[in-house]
Design a protein around this ligand. Structure first.
Ligand code: DX5
Ligand code: ZN
Length: 226
């Protein structure tokens, strides 16, 4: 089994020591740096915006995995692409929420035009079948395993069933998008998630609240199968 891609969420880092925490991720076995953007409208919390993304990008050596939890995400795609997601040497991903996108097909095309991978996130209540007609237009599907807005929430167990359903939906696709899972991911559920079909895992608290974040990343990547 291929080890999952690990995307630690910078939302759980120490913002007063952002450079230190980005450099820690650079030296670790993390694959991407997950950047959570919250607007206080789509989700009931505000995280940070473009200048902080630029600051992360200045120190990062790994692709940025930008998760836009904002309304009208199409208005900010170019800004986040320039803020680091579309870095020429390590192009990353921009993910928008299905629930916030009126013209999803157009938005995904816009993301790809910046040089980034195009992602769509699904809230826990949104069925995977809603993506059936855009499967050729996206590179990544982000399955939310918590209601977005806060780090440190409990994993919603029905997510496992949802990942299996998505895996089946992707069975006939020639270049299937990456399945990424976000929220409440840790060593207690990593094996079940990968066995259900997850390719990439976001982890905030389980990495940055660990005594040794580097080791916590390694433990997720090289988990013991059930
Ligand atoms: C939740 C965010 C997540 C969050 C994950 O709204 O999208 O990326 O940072 O944090 P943990 O791993 O603590 O659930
Ligand atoms: Zn996220």
């Amino acid at each position: 089994m291929t080890p999952p891609l690990i995307a630690p969420s910078i939302l759980a880092a120490d913002f007063a020591n952002l450079q230190r925490d980005v450099e820690l991720l650079n030296r670790s076995e993390a694959d991407w740096i997950h950047v959570d953007i919250m607007d206080g409208v789509f989700v009931p919390n505000i995280s940070f915006g473009i200048p902080v993304c630029e600051a992360i990008n200045r120190h990062a050596t790994k692709p940025l995995d930008v998760h836009l939890m904002i309304v009208q995400p199409e208005r900010y795609i170019d800004a986040f692409a320039k803020a680091g997601a579309a870095h020429p040497d390590r192009p990353g991903t921009i993910t928008v929420h299905l629930e916030a996108s009126t013209h999803l097909h157009r938005t995904l095309t816009q993301i790809r035009e910046t040089g980034c991978k195009a992602g769509v996130a699904l809230n826990p209540h949104s069925p995977v079948e809603l993506l059936a007609d855009v499967l050729d237009n996206l590179d990544l599907i982000l399955i939310m395993s918590v209601n977005p807005g806060f780090g440190g929430q409990s994993f919603i167990p029905q997510t496992l069933q949802k990942i299996r359903k998505l895996r089946k939906l992707l069975a006939g696709v020639s270049q299937p998008p990456i399945i990424e899972v976000d929220g409440g991911v840790g060593t207690d559920n990593v094996a079940a998630l990968v066995e259900a079909g997850a390719d990439a895992l976001v982890a905030g608290s389980s990495v940055f609240r660990a005594t040794d974040p580097t080791e916590a990343i390694r433990a997720l990547k090289y988990f013991t199968p059930t």
